[in-house]
Design a protein around this ligand. Structure first.
Ligand code: S3P
Length: 188
């Protein structure tokens, strides 16, 4: 299915940003403020596949995951009964299909975050496959992990840079960020 055949009568809010930038914590708060349904794309994939993201990456590989991610986003948008707030996975915009869907059906919002804060937030988590090799090794030092985050971020900056709205989540609570976004989206 191409974006042209998706349900484009709606105007969704798509949250993008690196892992740990706050999409899954800001998203539900923003959705509540906007009186919309919230969809977390990764959580939807996990539910539909009955497997964790880590398992999908390790058993089927990243490109299989990317195909699933694009298919799931198409389904979410096509089945939407109203305007949604959707938290995308941090790499979802690598897919041109996903970029087209987002451009055709909503507003893209980029949650930016300082690299050291991303590192701090992700250090508490074990379920981020693209960083797992670095995070899992105790001696893979902060330096290596920071470098990995910087490298991925710089590759993704062109896609994140397409956002109509950018909001920093550094040193801010999800409530503060959601409130700012609500205003930036034209609500008060
Ligand atoms: C990924 C980010 C993850 C998840 C997968 C791949 C990425 O989502 O989709 O592990 O490529 O950056 P979050 O951004 O919610 O961590």
């Amino acid at each position: 299915m191409t974006p042209a055949t998706s349900n484009s009568a709606h105007h969704h809010v798509f949250l993008t940003g690196f892992s740990g930038s706050g999409k899954s914590s800001v998203g539900p708060i923003l959705a509540r403020l906007m009186k919309r349904q919230f969809v977390d794309l990764d959580a939807r994939i996990v539910r539909l596949q009955g497997a964790s993201i880590t398992d999908l990456f390790s058993s089927r590989g990243e490109s299989y995951f990317r195909t699933l991610e694009a298919r799931t986003l198409q389904q979410v948008v096509a089945a939407a009964r109203g305007d949604l707030v959707v938290a995308l996975g941090g790499g979802a915009l690598l897919s041109p299909v996903n970029r087209e869907i987002v451009a055709a059906t909503g507003t893209l919002v980029y949650l930016s975050c300082a690299v050291v804060e991303i590192y701090r937030r992700l250090s508490r988590l074990t379920d981020r496959p693209l960083l797992a090799s670095t995070l899992a090794k105790p001696v893979a030092t902060r330096h290596e992990t920071l470098e990995r985050i910087r490298t991925l971020l710089s590759k993704r900056r062109p896609q994140y840079g397409q956002a109509a709205i950018t909001c920093s989540t550094t040193s801010r609570s999800p409530q503060e960020t959601a409130r700012e976004l609500y205003t930036k989206l034209g609500y008060r």
